[in-house]
Structures are given as structure tokens and as C-alpha cells.
Design a protein around this ligand. Structure first.
Ligand code: GDP
Ligand code: GDP
Length: 436
């Protein structure tokens, strides 16, 4: 289920982010519109032909105040560790530089498939300048122009040739979830405590190396889970590992690969901007979510500490009002045993299907209590509603005129749907359509 990862590497100013933005196309615009989500060039889902993949712009991961070459080395190391295919970008305008050679040598040794893009080849006359780059030993250079959008199709054709075989992927009943959160909130401690439970059986890591980052386990109840991306929390010590942007990128990738997200917040450190950023991404991606407040042992408590904390979370994450909150301690083990069942419950809700007849009964009852709005004498009429998708549950509501459906009324209908059916932990989507 994990989509292949394509990383873009190269020295600064060759045009990595320009190429990244071009390739990411429309999807990136959606992310930009999100409240709390900054326009980081960093990570984006992308498509080419029938392939879906994820892109990482390693230039977006700044490695503190590392000296110039050390910074590039760190970025290339990250690409080698994370990516299935690496696109190395050089500049046809500036020509071959020493920094390009450093990058190429690292890639050459890595045995990862590398596609070499010579950027800033803005017109056909410049194409002869690409031959120097054969010296890098990375095969045929592909001339492109990120700013003019030239040559990217040929480049992507080459990139997708190196994707791992789809055939290796099978149908899977297991619930895929990931544990995300800022560095030091206690993710690894929770992972280790969950997998260390006596009632849990961790199966051997099988299959391809790509699967090895995921951990499969079965609970005593017989429920099967795949914890996505656990390796990232276990292997430590790379220079890029502690940067905030790397942890955001890692979280975004894990969200894309999972159905359920356990978002961990540190009870001692509280909520930070980065938490909202990542939660916003998960919400927008339509994933189910549980909010886990960890280190509950570490703070002083009285009768209302828990409800105060809950109010704080509801206030900071207004768009996540559907996510259950659980207060745990990885240190003492308090309430950790609830996590598998919570993941399963929200996963069930995320996959839930409501029959049209029951759904329409609920909608018509709602309209009976709170009549539809009208504008200039024209009243909104709701004809029919039906569920068109799951994960997340998505409903289409057919009306006479889309303009007459106000946000507040849509919100009211969503609340009525949530009151009637248990959608705890999952976002739901309403799509309003005009019926002619
Ligand atoms: P990065 O540091 O590698 O991510 O590079 P950027 O994408 O930020 O681009 C560096 C500079 O090169 C910017 O001024 C871009 O406008 C410019 N640039 C990027 N792609 C092209 C291109 O295809 N042709 C030309 N002429 N300039 C480009
Ligand atoms: P990660 O970076 O999110 O994976 O966080 P770690 O699991 O490495 O934990 C970071 C630090 O918090 C470590 O020193 C842990 O011992 C500590 N820690 C983790 N969970 C708890 C907890 O429930 N209570 C307390 N008091 N400390 C914790």
C-alpha cells in the first residue's frame, strides 16, 4: 500500500524546489489552502501516468548550521535512506561543480536508482551543454526546464521505470495505523510498550525491504494491525533525524500510508504549532484520528486537570472535534491497553456504510426540526442524500440550488448525521450537488 518515494537532491539553487512544485501539480495547492499549514516545499503526493507516488524535496530540510557540504551530505543521506528513486538535479547554466561531484559520488555508492536531471535548459540550443554531465557516472542526463515545465514528462517516464514491482502487494485485512508527533513526545516509548504487551504477538518481518519499516502484530482478541513506519522511530543518530522539518515530513508520509493516526501530544510540553500543522494534514487527507496525551504521570493533577486539558485540545484543534482523546503514560503503562481497541473502533467508523433509506430518514427528520434556509424568497430544497464512499465516509446531498446551502446549515446536517450514527474518530465529508 505504501506509495513509492521519489527524493529530489542537488546543491542549492539548481532548481529543486521549482521542479518539485511543477511535479506536485495541483495537490500542493490544496495543502497550501489549509489553515495552519505552511507552504513548505518538503513533501507532496504526486501522480504520473497510472502511478501514484510521494515526493520529498531534500532541499527543504535544513540541517541546522551545518557547513555547506555537510548540509548537502545530510540531505543526500536522507534521500538514500527514504527514497525508492532519487532525482539528482544539476544546472545546465552553471555547469558541473565540485558540490555536484560530491553528491554524485554518494549516490553512486548507494546502489539506489538515480535519474539525472539537467535543469535550466530553457531552449533547444542549450541541449549540447548536457554532455559534460555524463562525467558524473549516473547515466543519461535528462534536459529539463523547471521554470518552463519542459522535459519533465521524459524525466518522469524514466523515474517510474524504477518503481518497485506492484505485484508484491497483496490484499490485507490488517488495520494500518501510525503514531505521529513531535520529537520527544514519547512515540518510541509508546511503540515499545504496545509491542511489548504480553497480549500482543508481533509477527516476523516478512516480504520486501519496504515492508520492513512496518510492524505487524495480532492482539489476544485476534485483531490484526500494521504499525506503519516504526523503523523511523527506532533507528536513530543520523544528522538529519532531529530536525523539525524531517519529523514533519516523516509524519506526512506515515499519514499517507495509514488509515488511522494516533497523534501524540506531550502533556508536559503542551501543544505547539507543528502539532496543528501535522493534524491539519491528517484531517485534510481524511484519515481517522485518536489524540493521545502522553506523559500523564509527569504532571500534577487535580479533579479538573483532565477536563481542562481536554478543553485546551478542543480549542486548539477545532477541526478535530470528532477525535477521541486518551490520556496515557508510556512510562507507567497507564491506559495503553486501550489503544488497540480505540484504533479498531475508529477504523470501523472510518469504513462505515449507511444505507440510503436510514440516511434519508435522518436528513428529513433534521429538516423537520430546523427548516432549510432561504434567500430572496428562494428556499433550499433537499431532495435526497446517499453515501458514495468510505474512508472517510462521504455523502452526496442533492439539492435544488447549491448556493442556498450555507456553511452553518451544512454543519447542522453533519451534526445530525453524527448524532444518528457513530462516526467517532473519523472525518466525514458532505458534497452538495444540484439536481436538475
Ligand atoms: P533549489 O535551491 O535547488 O530548490 O532551487 P530553486 O528551485 O529555488 O531555484 C533556484 C533559482 O533558479 C531560482 O531563481 C529559480 O527561479 C531558478 N530556476 C529554477 N528552474 C529554472 C529553469 O528551468 N530555468 C531557469 N532559467 N531558471 C530556473
Ligand atoms: P519520541 O521522540 O517521540 O519517540 O520520544 P521517546 O519515546 O524517545 O521519549 C522521549 C523522552 O520522554 C524519553 O526520555 C522518555 O523516557 C520520556 N517519556 C516517554 N514517555 C513518557 C511518559 O509517559 N512519562 C514520562 N514521564 N516520560 C516519558
Amino acid at each position: 500500500m505504501s506509495a513509492p518515494i521519489v527524493a529530489i537532491v542537488g546543491r542549492p539553487n539548481v532548481g529543486k524546489s521549482t521542479i518539485f512544485n511543477r511535479m506536485a501539480g495541483e495537490r500542493i495547492a490544496i495543502v497550501e489552502d489549509m489553515p495552519g499549514v505552511t507552504r513548505d516545499r518538503l513533501y507532496a503526493p504526486a501522480e504520473w501516468l497510472n502511478y501514484e507516488f510521494r515526493m520529498i524535496d531534500t532541499g527543504g530540510i535544513e540541517i541546522g548550521d551545518a557547513p555547506f557540504l555537510a548540509e548537502i551530505r545530510g540531505q543526500v543521506e536522507l534521500a538514500i535512506d527514504e527514497a525508492d528513486v532519487i532525482v539528482m538535479v544539476v544546472s545546465g547554466r552553471e555547469g558541473l561543480t565540485e558540490a555536484d561531484e560530491v553528491v554524485a559520488r554518494m549516490l553512486y555508492k548507494s546502489n539506489k536508482p538515480v535519474v539525472l536531471a539537467v535543469n535550466k535548459v530553457d531552449n533547444p540550443e542549450m541541449r549540447q551543454d548536457i554532455y559534460d554531465f555524463y562525467a558524473l557516472g549516473l547515466g543519461d542526463p535528462f534536459p529539463v526546464s523547471g521554470s518552463h515545465g519542459l522535459g519533465l514528462g521524459d524525466l518522469l517516464d524514466e523515474v517510474v521505470k524504477h518503481f518497485p514491482d506492484e505485484a508484491a502487494e497483496q490484499e490485507d485485512e490488517a488495520i494500518r495505523f501510525s503514531i505521529i508527533g513531535r520529537p520527544n513526545v514519547g512515540k518510541s516509548s509508546i511503540v515499545n510498550a504496545m509491542l511489548g504487551e504480553k497480549r500482543v504477538i508481533v509477527s516476523d518481518i516478512e516480504g520486501t525491504t519496504r515492508d520492513a519499516i512496518d510492524t505487524r502484530f495480532v492482539t489476544a482478541e485476534g485483531d490484526e494491525f500494521v504499525m506503519v513506519d516504526t523503523a523511523g522511530m527506532r533507528k536513530r543518530g543520523k544528522i538529519y533525524e532531529n530536525t523539525e522539518k524531517y519529523s514533519v515530513m516523516r509524519a506526512m508520509k506515515a499519514i499517507d500510508d495509514s488509515n488511522v493516526i494516533l497523534m501524540v501530544i506531550d502533556a508536559e510540553a503542551g501543544i505547539r504549532e507543528q502539532d496543528k500543522h501535522v493534524a491539519g494534514f491528517a484531517h485534510e487527507a481524511g484519515r481517522a484520528m485518536v489524540i493521545v496525551v502522553n506523559k500523564w504521570d509527569a504532571i500534577e493533577k487535580n479533579d479538573h486537570t483532565m477536563s481542562d486539558f481536554e478543553n485546551l485540545i478542543r480549542d486548539e484543534f477545532k477541526f478535530l472535534d470528532y477525535a477521541p482523546i486518551v490520556f496515557v503514560s508510556a512510562k507507567t503503562g497507564q491506559r495503553l491497553d486501550r489503544l488497540p481497541q480505540l484504533v479498531k473502533d475508529v477504523d470501523d467508523n472510518h469504513r462505515k456504510r449507511i444505507t440510503s433509506s436510514t440516511l434519508n430518514d435522518v436528513i428529513m427528520d433534521a429538516i423537520a426540526i430546523n427548516p432549510t434556509p432561504s434567500d430572496n424568497g428562494r428556499r433550499l430544497r433537499v431532495y435526497y442524500a446517499t453515501q458514495v464512499a468510505t474512508q472517510p465516509p462521504t455523502f452526496v446531498i442533492f439539492v435544488n440550488d447549491v448556493e442556498l446551502m450555507h456553511f452553518s446549515y451544512e454543519r447542522f446536517l453533519e451534526n445530525k448525521i453524527r448524532e444518528a450514527f457513530d462516526f467517532t474518530g473519523t472525518p466525514i465529508k458532505l458534497i452538495v450537488r444540484a439536481r436538475k
